[in-house]
Write a protein that binds this ligand. Sequence first.
Ligand SMILES: NC(=O)N[C@@H](CC(=O)O)C(=O)O
Ligand SMILES: [Zn+2]
Ligand SMILES: [Zn+2]
Length: 432
Amino acid sequence: MLVRNATLADGRVRDVRIEGERIDAVGSDLAADGAETVDARERLLLPGAVDAHVHFREPGAPHKETWRTGSQSAAAGGVTTVVDQPNTDPPTTTGAAYDQKELLAQHSLVDYGINGGVTPDWDPETLFDRPVFALGEVFLADSTGDMGIDGDRFEDAVHRAAEAGVPVTVHAEDATLFDDAARDDAGSGTGHDANADAWSAYRAAEAEIAAVERAVEVGADAGVRLHVAHTSTPEAVDIVADAPDTVTCEVTPHHCLLSRADLDDLGTYGRMNPPLRSEERRAALYDRVVDGRVDLIATDHAPHTKAEKEATLLDAPSGVPGVETMVPLLLAETLDGPLTVERVRDLTAAAPAATFDLDRKGKIEAGMDADLALYDLDRSRSIAGERLHSKCGWTPFEGLEGVFPEWTLRRGDRVYDGAMDTFGSTDGKNVR
Ligand SMILES: NC(=O)N[C@@H](CC(=O)O)C(=O)O
Ligand SMILES: [Zn+2]
Ligand SMILES: [Zn+2]
């Protein structure tokens, strides 16, 4: 296939020739050599995004999401590689659990990595004999799946990962610093009528800041590659930015674009861990995404059904979907917000690929996997949960603008056609 006259993120107009699964050449006036030609004039071509943090819910909760629906949602949002987290049922803590998940991942349309997990009674058995993408997210406080562990277990797990040469990703909140009294303000409202601000008051910013500080110390002592998941405070980002290069962090679109001020509208649909922060902290966090102190963007795509979210604040599960809206929202932010298209490319593709040593992902260059998505920046549309492809059927970004892909290629296969809203067949591969 020859993609003709595409505009790259840096503004250059180039042809991209694809041979099988790989990009064969990037240049001007490339010969088609009989290949199918696709006109990309006045269109933006980005490398397929690498989302280092998704929860596709299988095994255990296919009513929330499956590898098929989650990966369709990814492809429809220009994401061609995902990393699945271990808080499934069973949790991905052993070699056998890894194998069980990998069988289900055969139904993925996009390429994937599978993380290993840690539980209070952890016995990883043959886990590290498997091609584990990373150990994590390691939960320092309970979140969905109740996999919170204590400090000793964390140190032990970090050392085991260091020995195995596997990076560690950490969910850093210190539950001993949660404000239990604030939780009493939750009230009895359900769904959109819940007082969700109480969740933000309860899981206080200080609890994240202290946990990130401690996790960075433990990681440095063990000499492990440490990645901090879903950093939600500017203070935590600064701790990571001041740490050695072996420590990285990610920020989610929801922590950049939503704040406690939105919780009146969102109710329990805005309950997630770590929670939404003050408008002031949100703005300072976003500044750090724009200026490069934040290493990468990942979604923490954590779907739950509407029926599950229609509960009181304390009974509703934590988490919001996001894999399909990450690139669309960020591209819309390049139109009237502070981000550049190059920065979006780096945050969603080049940086996550480099952080996790994915040599053939994240760049449009000869020899790389032909993971590509084409966008028309003149066509943004209002995001609507019912048009998205996650099984959960809702989004916390309802009504915000997004620029969705016209098509997405995964290793040269057209896995998503935006005009028809149709998908290709499933042939995602494990990237490890
Ligand atoms: N972020 C969340 O609020 N929920 C995640 C778990 C997690 O990432 O902590 C989930 O799996 O539902
Ligand atoms: Zn988490
Ligand atoms: Zn998560």
